[in-house]
Design a protein around this ligand. Structure first.
Ligand SMILES: [Zn+2]
Length: 443
């Protein structure tokens, strides 16, 4: 089913999921969602498997839309859903229809079991994730809170399992669980100036003004800030880090402060640098229409990614004082708040229990991720939301996310369903046991 966003067209797929859920006797519904661009209707779908107890519910969240696919880059038609060579091929196979199917099968399996859960299990698949979720998950959270009633925990995309490496440097399989995300803060800068012929430049032209401002932004160094989540992430990775870095990983913020050599090495890695700093990419520029025309307006756009805890408005104000030019306007084009979920929860402990059961060396690592998913909409309401899908992808498979030839091994998909079911059961047991223990009278 083609659900490329924009424009989306997720409604038919939402009805397909609802049909399967109700055929299996699971309570479900389709919710029509806003479609500001017109065209085919859009929708979300949910299904709720009622538990026998009233402990806080667990939601399994995925999204129905996908990014576009250009058939000329693919070796199979991207919307064929072909099964060949041990893979399911198609746009969405990983991001995120494969996730939705894993969640759907989990509900179906648990519905047919006679061992009921202590809580409700919610399947929820939303439209519009790929363009920010404002008309999908964000809209559902704001307008249909009843769907999330009683839900305390949520799992969605954003993390997965990294296989154990055969070489000497890493041994353990790593289960990466995203606890939080960097938040996008997209800004537009508009410089104004005297427009006209460019044969006699003045100091008031828009393009040189904008260039001067962008040069200041390019040179600015944002301070290093190690969040507790990142400190935890590196401490968890210490046992498998190269030996000479082990002590540094156990005390990341302290070592970054004291050890100049380690600091340089750490920050030279763009992925690591982005974990401890706000970053800015200058991505879009617009000036005059011809060589001999000085435009009266020049525009640039910045893709800034902020560590949780800083708002886009605060960041824009800092940019404004940095460039110190009152003729340049700054406008926010996209931003949202970012929250972190704690790792000290029964859901995290359940993931650890399943990881160790699968492989005694299994290491569960809390993560901050640089991209963003729909998880933040739910974290903002107080739900503990983790980015974690129990699957191990090969490097070639991982390239298919937003790329050509997106596919998932049939074995990965089926094993992922089994692991997801095991994880739901482990969480149900661990959360209920911890709750009973807390409720016991203290002697
Ligand atoms: Zn996705």
């Amino acid at each position: 089913m083609q659900t490329v966003n924009p424009p989306g067209r997720e409604q038919a797929l939402a009805y397909r999921f609802a049909e399967i859920l109700s055929r299996e006797g699971i309570e479900s519904d389709v919710i029509t969602t806003p479609n500001p661009n017109g065209g085919k209707p859009r929708a979300a779908v949910w299904g709720r498997l009622r538990g026998q107890g009233d402990r806080p519910g667990l939601a399994l969240l995925s999204h129905l839309d996908t990014v576009p696919a250009d058939p000329s880059d693919w070796s199979v038609p991207p919307f064929s859903g072909r099964i060949a060579g041990g893979y399911v091929w198609g746009r969405g196979a990983l991001d995120a229809k494969g996730v939705a199917v894993t969640h759907l099968m989990t509900l179906i399996e648990l519905a047919s079991s006679n061992q009921r859960l202590e809580r409700d299990l919610l399947f929820i698949a939303t439209p519009d994730e790929e363009t920010g979720g404002r008309n999908g998950a964000g809209w559902i959270v704001a307008n249909h809170p009843e769907i999330l009633e009683g839900i305390g925990y949520l799992l969605t995309e954003g993390g997965g399992i990294q296989a154990a490496a055969p070489d000497e440097t890493t041994h353990a399989p790593i289960w990466g669980v995203a606890l939080t995300e960097k938040t996008p803060c997209w800004l537009e800068l508009r410089a104004h100036g005297r427009g006209g012929h460019s044969s006699a430049p003045t100091g008031e032209d828009a393009v040189p003004r904008l260039v001067a401002a962008l040069d200041k932004i390019r040179r600015a160094e944002s301070p290093v800030r190690v969040l507790p989540e990142v400190e935890q992430m590196f401490a968890a990775l210490a046992p498998i880090a190269p030996e000479w870095d082990r002590a540094a990983y156990l005390n990341l913020s302290g070592t970054l402060e004291r050890d100049e050599g380690f600091r340089r090495r750490f920050l030279d890695n763009p992925g690591q640098n982005a974990l401890v700093r706000n970053t800015i990419s200058i991505t879009y520029l617009e000036g005059g229409p011809a060589t001999n025309v000085a435009p009266s307006i020049a525009r640039a756009q910045l893709d800034a990614r902020l560590l949780p805890g800083r708002t886009c408005a605060q960041f824009a104000a800092a940019i404004e004082s940095l460039i110190d030019d009152s003729t340049i306007e700054i406008e926010e084009i996209l931003s949202f708040a970012s929250r972190a979920s704690s790792a000290d929860t029964p859901l995290f402990r359940a993931i650890e229990a399943v990881a160790v059961r699968q492989d005694p060396r299994g290491l569960v690592v809390p993560r901050l991720i640089g991209g963003f998913t729909d998880a933040h909409w739910f974290r903002e309401t107080g739900i503990v939301a983790y980015g974690f899908v129990p699957r191990t992808l090969s490097a070639e498979e991982a390239e298919g996310v937003h790329g050509a030839n997106e596919r998932i091994a049939v074995e990965t998909l089926t094993k992922g369903i089994a692991l997801q079911i095991e994880l739901v059961r482990a969480f149900d047991a661990i959360e209920a046991a911890e709750h009973r223990k807390q409720a016991e009278p203290v002697e």
